[in-house]
Design a protein around this ligand. Structure first.
Ligand code: ADP
Ligand code: MG
Length: 138
């Protein structure tokens, strides 16, 4: 089934100049870029994007990290895109990520891990609508 999912190149990925490489990885894996934008999240926006983690000990630090610089948000589409993107990203902690995954190759820590990806159809729906409206999805 063709699915849409949300990917974010986090501030560390943008700062390290990895945006092009990461987009290439998605295209090489058969994903289509349906929408893309560069923006800097405000504190409020980052807090609401990650509301699910608001009780976690790392929440404040995560919000600081996600607002420290611009991000690139993308809708990517393809067969089984939600799970496939998670596989391409690798585990949250780069130490546990499989060889060849984005986080294994580029992430420096469990927090500064280069990319975000929706983890379920419900989160994909919420996260896509967080960044994009209907007319921006081509
Ligand atoms: P994922 O991004 O793999 O879906 P989570 O949803 O569990 O991971 O966490 C969201 C983000 O919060 C992670 O990508 C990472 O940036 C940060 N994070 C998760 N766990 C920790 C932790 N133990 N310490 C610091 N930051 C964390
Ligand atoms: Mg998550």
């Amino acid at each position: 089934m063709i699915e849409l999912t949300l990917s974010i190149i986090k501030p560390d990925g943008v700062k390290k100049g990895l945006s092009g490489k990461i987009i290439s990885i998605f295209e090489e894996n058969g994903f289509e870029i349906k929408a893309i934008k560069k923006l800097r999240l405000t504190k409020k926006e980052a807090e609401s994007f990650y509301f699910i983690h608001k009780e976690r000990p790392f929440f404040k630090s995560l919000v600081e990290f996600m607002t420290e610089g611009p991000v690139i948000a993308m809708i990517i589409a393809g067969e089984d895109a939600i799970q496939k993107n998670r596989n391409i990203m690798g585990a949250t902690n780069p130490e546990n990520a499989a060889e060849g995954t984005i986080r294994k190759m580029f992430a420096e820590s469990i927090e500064r891990n280069i990319v975000h990806g929706s983890d379920s159809p419900e989160s994909a729906k919420f996260e896509i609508s967080f960044f994009f409206n209907f007319f921006e999805i081509i």
